[in-house]
Design a protein around this ligand. Structure first.
Ligand code: KGT
Length: 273
């Protein structure tokens, strides 16, 4: 039977990134290839997929600003595998000497469709081996909400800790986002408690597809991430879900079904605030 034209296969790529850029890139390509083989037209990499850990982010940001080498490689991967690639995050220089956690999005022709800089920074104390997270020591916050037009829908981009701020996703909804992508590196303790319910809430309240790609494993003695990368439809159904480890999950996004839901229950028109 012919596949409905309203269906598009999407992928969340879960990694256990290390501080070895070359190895991380090879693994990312392996997962992108797997997504393409599964028919994916959209693939989402996790936060800090290319370089996990703080030591070399400034070097990489400066190097990237000078050469753009990593960005060219990512553009090339999108074109090679003929898909829209949400390239997790990489560090880019901020004017105050810190870096932005920047998510570049590439179309299947290798053109950069846009970029989003993480707005909410994870300065929190957590009951794990690391204990204290002070992301704003090295990262500067972005200022702009980003929703990008693609042939299969409008894509809103959020990153990790942003998930805890529903007003950001509401703004994406106002900008007519159909799909929300969320590259992440949730800690194991907070992720196992909050990741899935927060993601399902964002999908349900904004009637959108959510494609959340997390880190999922042990990165060093103090840092474990929670995995559970997931694709959730606008009804809140979990269409595909990972455990731990490096894995590609796939699901079909049905835009016709989502649009029908938005007509049956037009929450966008019912808002009072
Ligand atoms: O630091 C790195 O190397 C990679 N980046 C991260 O891990 C980021 C910033 S520390 N993690 C989060 O935002 C976790 C949020 C979270 O876990 C929650 O909201 O509960």
């Amino acid at each position: 039977m012919a596949r409905s034209t309203s269906l598009v296969t999407v992928a969340a790529l879960q990694m256990v990134s290390s501080s070895d850029l070359a190895v991380n890139l090879l693994r990312a390509e392996g997962l992108i290839a797997e997504a393409a083989n599964g028919g994916a037209k959209l693939a989402v990499l996790p936060e800090n997929f290319a370089l996990f850990g703080r030591q070399r982010i400034f070097d990489l940001a400066v190097q990237e600003a000078a050469s753009g080498d990593l960005q060219s490689q990512l553009a090339h991967l999108a074109a090679k595998y003929n898909l829209t690639l949400v390239a997790g995050t990489i560090p880019t220089p901020a004017p105050d000497g810190r870096v932005y956690a920047t998510s570049f999005v590439y179309g299947p022709d290798g053109c950069c469709l846009g970029q989003y800089r993480k707005m909410h920074l994870f300065d929190a104390d957590v009951a794990d081996a690391q204990g204290s997270y002070r992301e704003s020591d090295s990262y500067a916050p972005g200022d702009d909400v980003v929703v990008l037009e693609t042939p299969f829908g409008r894509i809103g981009v959020g990153i990790c800790y942003d998930l805890r701020f529903p007003e950001l996703f509401r703004q994406m909804f106002e900008l007519k986002a159909d799909i929300v992508v969320l590259p992440s590196a949730f800690t194991r303790s907070t992720g196992w408690a909050h990741w899935l319910p927060l993601l399902r809430a964002r999908a349900i309240e904004n009637q959108c597809l959510v494609v959340a790609a997390n880190q999922g494993g042990v990165h060093d003695a103090k840092r474990q991430t929670s995995g559970g990368s997931v694709i959730i439809d606008s009804w809140g159904r979990v269409l595909a879900e990972a455990g731990l480890g490096e894995v590609c999950i796939l699901a079909d996004y049905d835009s016709a079904e989502q649009n029908a839901l938005r007509l049956r229950m037009p929450v966008a028109q019912h808002r009072r605030l």
